[in-house]
Write a protein that binds this ligand. Structure first.
Ligand SMILES: *Cc1c(COP(=O)(O)O)cnc(C)c1O
Length: 502
């Protein structure tokens, strides 16, 4: 299996190279040259397997330059009972909401309580092995731009991993208090965290620029280092996410909710388009899916895109209660466009160039048609998000986080509007305790306690929902990091953190 760049097909690399490098030299994203197919027979075989066994079967179809032993090591070290609390790291919780059954795929039982752990617990293992194959003895410098959850999950995944250093930038006013505290208290000798004056898109654009700047790469090479990425532009992030959609389908069959071969709908609260794209890739492999329901918050650039074929980021940016979706440039959409254009690199590059130059592009009629056949786009504003947390709790005593609430709201709207009763799986992406303030105010009208951890406590007293141990243990921990920088200075901050002076 080789990987091509979405913007220049002649760039062709092994999976180890794609993972080590993160992004292609031309600025495009790596995509597999084809999607390995899963037959119903394959799915049938997976029904009786564990999550870990399913993961090995799927991952080995893509990482063909890894030995079976290497893939086994990666999977077994990532998805442990110790880290995820159960042999199945991604259980399904069925709830009935406004009269319809929704199956919440809880992806947040890992060490940092967001779905990012599903990928970032295994990525360091992929990367270490990739570097052994193609790294030429260099240390990897992981640069991360985060809207909150990726940063912490990447820090935790890479902490003290030999031959890696990790630097995380987050928008100073764009993450929840718990997210900030999680990052600023991060332990490990190879980690550095810095806030930026700007929003997530500013951080992501600057990181991409540093990343693809040949001069900076040269400076790093002189010090025996190379950049890599833990953002969802890295193929090693997307691949583990394909696994849980396929595994969830098997679990749905085992729970008696669908018959093998019957279609499901999949709803995903979407920001950078990584999570939902992984679901779409599972569909390309043969997973029986009817529709993908793409749920946005007030930053509804994707809703408009799915409905009109015009992607236009020239609009107001809102800071919402679901900060991990406060994104106007959804990087992974580029990969969908590439696939839907029939692997047309020139066409994809055209869209991305227009996005860079004008902040806007319109896709071809053929892509529009393909998108409306498979995707439904909707959004939930702040009031709808809050109401959904409240109503779901009232109806089922189930506490969901703000991002999951956006997905539940849009999925409910879709079912009511279309009457489509296809069994639905909703990606539940974070623990409610990561966003205690918003969740608490949605279910309780009393005055909020002052401190973040008092809110956690109050939420726990009210609902009896257990507080995840990794969050509870942060109480009283002192911050190690407090730097704030302007986006223009990020490059020198990076070199400074690496101990390199220009
Ligand atoms: C990252 C994140 C999202 C958005 O996922 P994308 O892959 O960026 O679309 C949604 N919810 C939570 C809790 C997240 O951390």
């Amino acid at each position: 299996m080789l990987y091509h760049s979405t913007q220049d097909k002649s760039q062709s690399v092994s999976s180890a190279q794609a993972i080590a490098q993160g992004i292609s030299k031309d600025g495009g994203l790596f995509v597999p040259e084809s999607f390995p197919k899963l037959s119903l027979n394959d799915l049938d075989t997976m029904l009786t397997k564990t999550y870990q066994q399913r993961a090995k079967m799927i991952i080995s179809k893509y990482l063909t330059d890894f030995s079976e032993r290497e893939i086994s090591d990666c999977v077994d070290n990532a998805y442990t009972v110790e880290k995820f609390g159960d042999i199945n790291p991604a259980p399904i919780a069925p709830v009935t909401y406004n009269g319809d059954e929704l199956n919440l795929l809880e992806l947040w039982h890992g060490p940092t309580c967001a779905f990012k752990d599903m990928a970032l617990q295994i990525l360091p293992h992929f990367l270490t092995k990739s570097l052994q194959k193609v790294g030429g003895g260099k240390d990897a410098v992981i640069l991360v731009a985060t809207s909150g959850d990726t940063g912490k999950a990447a820090l935790e995944g890479f902490r003290d991993v030999p031959h890696t250093k990790i630097i995380v930038f987050y928008p100073v006013n764009g993450v929840s208090a718990m997210q900030k505290h999680q990052m600023n208290t991060q332990e490990g000798e190879n980690v550095y965290v810095c806030a930026i004056n700007g929003n997530f898109d500013d951080a992501q654009t600057a990181v991409k620029k540093i990343f693809t700047d040949p001069a900076t790469s040269e400076i790093l090479a002189d010090h025996n280092m190379m950049f890599s990425s833990a953002n969802s532009i890295n193929w090693g992030r997307l691949l583990p996410q394909i696994v849980y959609y396929i595994s969830a389908y098997c679990d749905m069959v085992n729970l008696g909710k669908v018959k093998l071969g019957e279609k499901i709908n999949i709803t995903v609260p979407t920001g950078n388009f990584g999570n939902i794209l992984a679901g779409y890739y599972a569909y390309e492999m043969g997973l029986p899916v009817n529709k993908f329901i793409c749920a946005s918050n007030s930053n509804n650039v994707l809703t408009d895109f799915i409905n009109t074929g015009v992607y236009d980021k020239n609009r107001d940016f809102y800071t919402t209660v679901s900060p991990s979706m406060d994104i106007l440039v959804s990087s992974n959409l580029e990969r969908l466009l590439y696939t839907m254009s029939g692997d047309n690199d020139a066409e994809t590059k055209g869209y991305m160039d227009a996005l860079k130059a004008e902040g806007k592009y319109e896709v071809s009629d053929s892509i529009k048609e393909k998108i409306s056949a498979m995707f439904y786009g909707g959004y939930a504003d702040e009031d709808a998000t809050e109401k959904t947390i409240h109503d779901l709790y009232e109806q089922q005593h189930y506490l969901c986080d703000t991002h999951t609430a956006v997905a539940v709201a849009v999925c409910d709207e879709y079912i009511k509007k279309t009457g489509d009763k296809t069994p639905v799986v909703i990606a539940s992406t974070a623990s409610p305790y990561k966003f205690s303030k918003a969740v608490l105010s949605a279910i309780d009208t009393d005055k909020l306690p002052e401190s973040e951890f008092d809110m956690v406590e109050r939420l726990n007293e009210l609902t009896d929902a257990p507080v995840p141990a990794p969050l509870a243990s942060l109480r009283g921990k002192t911050a190690r990091f407090s730097d704030v920088t302007d986006k223009e200075d990020m490059q020198s901050v990076v070199l400074g953190a690496l101990g390199i002076s220009k």
